[in-house]
Ligand binder design. Structure first.
Ligand code: ADP
Length: 492
């Protein structure tokens, strides 16, 4: 692994140096706006440019038409070149202006330049305002052509019109030009303004966007600083909720809910460790105390035997507790997944019953099995066996000597059920909810007398959840308890 600080090389792959979120937002936004503005400015500029040239071209067309009509030529392309030549351009145009505006001096007022060239390119006639100057003639241009040209210091827009005689041959060209000066100034100024204002606008946009982005992500900074300050010691701390119910609000709510769950789990783990050590400490203290007393002075063999047996019972209880703790830890770990198969429950229950019969027999308790459902159930055989064993052992533990415990396999609303019913001491209704909690015992004294640790039913609940088996319990004090397992539906 290579890790070089500053350059951003991690695991051999090159990464860009980290850029803050506000800078990234500002950069993306400004970048997009810059492209958009460049496109809009270009379109506007080209449109204005086109409109201006169109306007001049329109004016030129008008001028050509007027010049030709004043020389009594009726069609644009077909004219009497000689007549136009004889008449002289100033005369032709003056006639037009006089007829229109009565007294206008063409050379003084008219900004248009007109020039007549023959088909060899020689200037035949031109308006007086051209003085010594000659308009550009482009012999290679066929048909009517508009183009931009230079005349001394000024730029001109001009049109070149071929004059076709009655015989169909081009006899010469009429060239009309107007100065573009004012339009050029407008276009140049516009280009200048756009070019200068563009970077200023973009820079301002970046600064403003960065400010707004910084303000918008301010709650994120608060979430970060709160999250940084949360540790095991102050797990109760929560993210401040922004006033707007936006994505950041949802993020804070989600993180708070996560912290709630973590705090809960952490609390449960702490409680579990405290309970487990308490449960283990009791038999250890009993064994230690008993042995301490025994070694103080010599005793007779019978006393030794009785005390050793007592210690062994306590050690067995401890071993059982450790087994249950390990089992609970195993089935609570997320990696545990049940191996669910379709199995015939009757056989499995018979196995459990035969294992429990000697224990029940000691107290003269009978175990009955009735099978009203012949199908299979979906379960993990090993897990189901542990569940049945725990529930059956409870039923025996909390039953009166000489009573009976019954097991039934049936179907209810199409789903297979297994019912374990005893006629023992029962569970007070208010405590039914709690019996599945870890280390919970309805009555400390009666439970510890029977060697209970309060873990059996929490293991049953966890295993049932893993296999999607529903558990229901009903009980009446001094009448008995009924546990019912409802298996998931299967296609068998
Ligand atoms: P324990 O090892 O103490 O029996 P469990 O988790 O198996 O722990 O049971 C929790 C509590 O529920 C027991 O302490 C007991 O008081 C009560 N309980 C469980 N099953 C029965 C039953 N069949 N009859 C009466 N009480 C029961």
């Amino acid at each position: 692994m290579r890790l070089r600080s500053g350059t951003g090389v991690i695991n051999g792959s090159r990464r860009l140096p980290a850029m803050s979120l506000r800078n990234r937002i500002a950069l993306y936004y400004t970048g997009t706006s810059a492209i958009l503005m460049a496109v809009v400015f270009t379109v506007i500029f080209l449109t204005v440019d086109g409109v201006v040239y169109n306007h001049f071209d329109e004016e030129l067309r008008h001028e050509v038409n007027e010049t030709l009509s004043d020389s009594h030529v009726h069609e644009l392309d077909v004219c009497d070149f000689d007549r136009l030549k004889e008449m002289g351009l100033d005369e032709a145009r003056e006639g037009r202006h006089q007829s229109r505006h009565k007294v206008r001096k063409v050379a003084e007022i008219d900004p248009e330049y007109v020039q007549l060239v023959d088909n060899a390119g020689r200037v035949v006639s031109k308006t007086a305002n051209l003085a010594q100057n000659v308009l550009t003639f482009r012999p290679s241009y066929a048909g009517v052509r508009y183009f931009t040209s230079e005349l001394g210091q000024s730029t001109l827009r001009q049109v070149q019109v071929p004059l076709v005689g009655r015989n169909g041959a081009v006899e010469g060209y009429l060239i009309v030009a107007v100065p573009l000066k004012s339009a050029m100034i407008v276009l140049r100024d516009m280009k200048y303004i756009v070019l200068v204002s563009y970077p200023i606008v973009i820079l301002t946009l970046f600064v403003v966007t960065r400010l707004i982005a910084g303000k918008s992500i301010q709650p994120v900074e608060e979430v970060i600083s709160t999250a940084e300050s949360i540790s095991q010691a102050n797990l109760g701390l929560r993210m401040p909720l922004p006033s707007n119910q936006d994505e950041l609000y949802r993020l804070s709510v989600t993180i708070n809910a996560l912290l709630d769950r973590l705090q809960d789990a952490f609390q449960r783990e702490k409680q579990f460790t405290a309970d487990a050590s308490h449960e283990l400490k009791t038999p250890l203290a009993v064994v230690k105390g008993t042995l301490d007393v025994l070694v103080r002075k010599p005793r007779d063999t019978g006393h030794y035997e009785e005390r050793i047996r007592y210690c062994l019972d306590e050690l067995n209880r401890m071993a059982r507790l450790i087994d249950q703790l390990l089992l609970l830890a195993r089935c609570e770990s997320d990696t545990t997944s049940p191996n669910i198969v379709l199995l015939y429950p009757g056989q499995l229950i018979e196995t459990v019953i035969s294992r429990m019969t000697p224990i029940a027999a000691v107290r003269n308790i009978t175990l009955d099995l009735s099978i009203g459902y012949a199908g299979n159930v979906a379960a993990d055989p090993a897990m189901l066996e542990i569940m049945l064993e725990n529930m059956l052992s409870n039923a025996i533990k909390y039953s009166a000597d000489g009573s009976g415990v019954s097991l039934r396999i049936d179907s209810l609303n199409g789903r297979p059920v297994c019912v374990i019913e005893d006629h023992g001491i029962g569970i007070p209704e208010a405590k039914l909810e709690s019996i599945f909690k870890r280390f919970y015992r309805v009555d400390e004294s009666r439970s510890s007398n029977t060697g209970g640790s309060g873990l059996g039913l929490s293991i049953v609940r966890r295993l049932a959840d893993l296999q999607h088996i529903d558990i229901a319990v009903t009980s009446r004090e001094n009448h008995g308890t009924v546990f019912q397992l409802t298996f998931p539906l299967t296609e068998n």
